[in-house]
Design a protein around this ligand. Sequence first.
Ligand SMILES: [Zn+2]
Length: 335
Amino acid sequence: MKRDLLYHFVQDSLRPYFEDFVIKDRSNPVIVQFNGILHSLHISQVHDSGNRRSNDDEVRIQIPRKYIDKQRSRREGRMNVAFIGFFEGGRVFTAWDPMYIFTLQARRMVSVYARQTQKERVEECSAAVRTFSAKYMEENTSEIALTSDSLGFYLQNIQHFHRLRSDEDIQRIVRDSYSANFLSIEGETTSTSEKRMRFSYTRKAFPRDPQFKKKVLAAYGHACCVCKRQLGIVEAAHIIPHSVHNSPNTVDNGLALCIEHHALYDTALLLPGPDNLLIFNQDRAEYLRQEKQAKGLDAIESLHHTRFAKPVSQEYEPSNENLQRGLEIRMGSGS
Ligand SMILES: [Zn+2]
């Protein structure tokens, strides 16, 4: 996987869980926002450490010094920062305490290490922790491995996670986070600290205007603006995501999309753009090819630069300005 496509792993991990998830900047360290909070994530893929003779389980990521400096200054600017390494396939990630990475001294390229067997443990029991001593830290530090659907949970509790010292503790916390109805959970560790750690997992709900869907569907004659199908499978989508500040609930900020084209829109593979032209996202396509998830791609690509339908009445037509802004937000190249 090319380094500049890794943000798709982040997008696929977080988008299903956070209504307001947007990528603010897709170049590494990637800036994402959810629950109204900005997170700066240095992402890379774990690979062989080149040191297999001494430890054939060892893998590592390498972080250019300039990215660490960037992360430090973003942290001082009150962004939540993290260092994430995705294992092949993107379904398991490993993460190091940013405070530990900030102590590392290498001048140009910093290496941090993980274990390939962590991935297998996570696939079996959803979470694993490895504790190790660090040269410039008084206490031990830890490397955490989790499934990618726990990335949001991790990002909301980075400091707590790196104080966990046993697999039982981390697995219990993660299990609790799977239960659907909590807004915050409390985790207690017995091994490291008498203090209670309050883990939280929040998904902000954004109020929806019930009239929006009704009006948008009526404006488009209950037909998908891409494939023209009706069949009672058509939904209303916002052009500027409804979680974005100042996104209006007006019909000219809406599109009628069938469930299939809505999903392709949400995953940013096929997007309505200015002048009623559909835009096929080559970047996303390249990622799907590399992930061997590209069956059916040609049919979608053939829609590039074809026109999507306008609403029946001109007054409901989306403006080019909104279409352009929506496109930039969804492709992660604007804010
Ligand atoms: Zn459709």
